[in-house]
Structures are given as C-alpha cells and as structure tokens.
Design a protein around this ligand. Sequence first.
Ligand code: 13P
Length: 388
Amino acid sequence: MAPATLLKSSFFPKKAEWGAMRLVAAPKPVTVSMVVRASAYADELVQTAKTIASPGRGILATDETNGTCGKKLASIGLENTEANRLAYRTLLVSAPGLGQYISGVILFEETLYQSTVDGKKITDILAEQGIVPGIKVDKGLAPLAGSNNELWCRGLDGLASREAAYYQAGARFAKWRTVLSIPNGPSELAVKEAACGLARYAAISQDNGLVPIVEPEILLDGEHGIERTFEVALKVWAETFYYMAENNVMLEGILLKPSMVTPGAECEDKATPEQVANYSRKLLHRRVPPAVPGIMFLSGGQSEVEATQNLNAINQTPHPWHVSFSFARALQNTCLKTWGGRPENVKAAHDALLLRAKANSLAQLGKYTSDSEDAEASEGMFVKNYVY
Ligand code: 13P
C-alpha cells in the first residue's frame, strides 16, 4: 500500500484547488431548454395554410406599393390616384368565378381597408368567392450597409401590432418579400440578413394569426447560368430554414414563395421548362421539409406563358407539398393591358385574368398545354429594379 504522504500529495487536490477540480470532475451539464412554443392560433394557421394550398388553386398577388401600382397604371395612361388604384384592384378581385382558381389574394394595406364605389368591402368580395385575404406586411427594401450594393427588407418594428390590426380587418395570411441579387453577390451578410428577417417576421405573424408567406426572391437579373442560381438558392433556403427553426416557426403554418430556378434574364443559354423543373424540384427536395403545406412560386418577370409552362413542368411528378403559384406580373399583365382603364373593357379584362388563372390552375395540377396561348401572353416583362 502506498504511504499516506504519497496518497495525499498525488491523489488529493490541495484545498485551494477544490473548486477547479470540481469543475473538471463534474462539468456542469449543458442543457438545451426545450421551450414548446405554440401560437394561440396554431390550429387556425394550419387550416388557413391548407385552404390556400388547395388543389388547382393558387395566389393572385395585387400587393404592389402605391409607387409600383402607379407604374402599372402609367403603362395604360392612368394617373396614380387612390381612385384609380381602387378601380384596378376592384377589377381584379371581382372577376366572376375567380375563386375556382384563386385561393388567396395578397393586398396592399390601402386596399385591405377599401370599399368599392358601390360600398362593398374588398375583403367581403373575396370572402364571397371563397378567397382568403392576405396582406403585404414588409416596409420595403433599403440599402444594406456594409454589403456589395445589396438590399435588406424593413418592417419588423411595430409588426406585431400592425398584424393584430390586419387580422381584425380580415387578413389571414401575410407576405414579406426580401431580395437577393446574384450579380452583386449575394454576400454572406445579405443572405444572413434576409434569412433572419424572414424568420422573425414568420414567428411574429404566427403569433398574430397570420400564415406567413416566406419569400426570399432571388432576382432574375444577371448573365449567370442556371447552375449558379441553383447554388445560391440552396444556400438561401438552408439559412432561411435554420433561422426559422431558431425562431420556433411552426412549419405546418407557413407557405413558401420561392423563385423558380432559372438562368439569369441576360444569360445566353436559355433553359427549357424541363430544365427549370428539374433544378426547381431538386432545390425543393433538398431543402424543404414535408411539413410545409405549400410552395407558391413567384413569377419574377417571366412572361405569363413561360411562368405557367415552368409550373406545369414542375408538377409532372408528385411532391409532398402543394406546388402552385403566387403571381403578380404573370397573372395581371394581359388583364391590365386589355382593361386600359376603360369601363367598356371590364368584361374582356376579366376574361383575360380568368384565362391566366385557369391556365395556372391546370399547371398546378400538371395538366396545362400552351397550344392556344396568344403572342401577348408570351411576351416577357420588365425585370430590372422591380419593387413591390
Ligand atoms: P411577381 O409574380 O410579379 O414576381 O410577384 C411576386 C410578388 O412578390 C408579389 O407579391
């Protein structure tokens, strides 16, 4: 047996070392506190998302800011007044039978509170058609300091109280659109900022009863090929889902609004709908958990026909999610031109909108053919510096 002195000096710490030894011998366990966060609206959010993501239906986006709506009105020679904006939005939402193809309409704040000249609330017109009213809640884009001329999306300040008021006014889903530019990067900073902002917004929206549409738009502008768009999209969606998890966002109660994976608008190598579909599907399968109920693609400046053809190609195989559309330009373009601000053209403009809505409804089901499309709908739209 070892002498007592040896035992004492080699095995037992000196009194002054007791604290340090305790730490080594019994490190404090690292605990992960599992806060189970459930919005009071959890069931309703799931139900709303399911209603929007219903077979053969998608979203009509009419949430342009007053500035962007003004540009649309100017293209048909109308002044950018509140009355003209209301006339245009009334035209869009009152197309007879729209609810067969459209499950949700995204409104700008001004329209959410407006009534038609006949005194009918816009939200009531939507309800009669079985269409869920949604609301753009972001406050637009601003230069991202410290980045490569990139942008960030504002609007978190006061968001909870604004959303509570929108819910009272009848809105049941929300939209927050941020953008990423491939020619300008995107930088790590811009991607992280976009993802954090979207995740905070999504959590706040769920707390206030609104299903968040999560939209990191990867802009079409640029000469890059489809591979580069794919690579950037993988990164952007990885970060976005990481921060949504950090913010305890309930995936069953969100909708995604991605860009389709296409080459840049100025790329010489154009992609076929099958190529766009292959890359877009690969992106979704690698990044989106099946708990997400709906993927509602944006059109991003593609022509009306192109956007529909690509959606149809994406839907040639089954998915765990409802894969559909949330188009503004690719639903409105021909309708706006046909209307031209003239009351006598309302019927023709409604027909033009319904034609696109039906084509996209068929594309959601993977059953669309472009045989009867006219040249107008095949024209591309302005892409650069498009602001919502
Ligand atoms: P586009 O379909 O015109 O790209 O619109 C997308 C959008 O975010 C509108 O809400």
